[in-house]
Design a protein around this ligand. Structure first.
Ligand SMILES: Nc1ncnc2c1ncn2[C@@H]1O[C@H](COP(=O)(O)O)[C@@H](OP(=O)(O)O)[C@H]1O
Ligand SMILES: [Mg+2]
Length: 281
């Protein structure tokens, strides 16, 4: 592991992204196997679904990240007990082992595995894997973002800048999108495509969508990895209350996110002048 640790400090470079891709693919293989059989589920305390795939993926990712030997704390949707640590400074892994569990259960393919590296509150590295498509997205902020497949295909991705004067291509949650549609009515003309999981943010990163507003509940692990991919691809994900880029490690708030909007082109900002009004809709 000498190539990612130098002078006792973690070196965040492409080699580390490749190692995280190996970890996520290993978990994805198991998730895919479960997906192809009957899926049994239980309800968590908050009423959200949990399947054997969420737990299997969690264990493989936690073991895989630990085996890198970097001694970085891991916060996962399925185990956020290290939240007694102070996470606002330093590094931690932020993992959603299966985002879009409802999509997984409904077998529509729109679920993802997500691993982000957070440094001083910012998502700096992210890998999102889409088992149903054998497809992944990786981003290293300050370097580049890539879309890749298990067969070795890989291409650099970038947000789209060409929407001006044309219809805004919005993506919204499949399950929770009522207020988001009200928010979008501030745009002159838009289409709204329902999509599960962190795929929505990846769609903006690769330029196939322009904007994703989320006014309802999400947790930090739902979006951190795709947020890193989006930043690496030139995009933004800002809180609607402060209009600042969203940061991570807010364990005092149980890792719950405020309302936010993700977008690719900085020119999307003008409609956000109305954001506070939108929240009251
Ligand atoms: N009431 C709620 N509180 C917290 N998070 C919620 C929620 N309703 C939905 N979510 C989050 O939204 C994610 C799904 O997003 P989407 O609707 O965009 O596909 C879920 O991820 P999981 O499937 O990992 O639980 C869950 O974390
Ligand atoms: Mg999730």
């Amino acid at each position: 592991m000498n190539n990612v640790i130098s002078g006792g400090k973690i070196v965040i470079e492409e080699k580390l992204v490749e190692l995280v891709e190996d970890v996520i693919r290993a978990a994805g293989r198991v998730v895919k196997k479960i997906y192809s059989h009957d899926i049994s589920m239980v309800e968590k305390v908050d009423g959200s679904p949990l399947t054997q795939a969420d737990l299997a993926s969690h264990h493989i990712i936690v073991e895989g990240l630990a085996s890198l030997g970097l001694s970085i704390p891991i916060v996962s949707e399925e185990d956020c007990t290290c939240s007694s640590l102070s996470l606002s400074e330093g590094c931690f892994w932020l993992v959603d082992p299966l985002d879009g569990t409802k999509e997984f259960i409904h077998k529509n393919g729109q679920f993802t595995l997500n691993i982000a590296l957070i440094v001083d509150g910012e998502p700096v590295l992210g890998v999102v894997y889409v088992p149903a498509l054998s497809l992944g997205y990786s981003g290293l902020v300050g370097s580049s973002a890539r879309k890749w497949r298990d067969d070795g295909y890989s291409e650099e991705i970038h947000v789209s800048y060409n929407h001006l004067g044309s219809v805004w291509r919005a993506v919204v949650s499949r399950s929770h999108a009522q207020s988001e549609v009200s928010f979008l009515s501030y745009l002159e003309s838009y289409t709204a495509e329902p999509m599960g999981s962190s795929l929505k943010i990846c769609a903006i990163a690769e330029g196939s969508a322009d904007i994703y507003p989320r006014l309802g509940h999400t947790s930090e692990w739902d979006i951190a990895a795709a947020h890193a991919v989006l930043r690496a691809a030139g995009g933004f994900l800002i809180r609607l209350d402060t209009r600042e880029e969203l940061t991570y490690g807010r364990q005092d708030e149980n890792f719950l996110n405020p309302s936010f909007v993700a977008y690719g082109d900085p020119a999307v900002r003008p409609p956000l002048e109305h954001d506070q009004n939108c929240l009251d809709l």
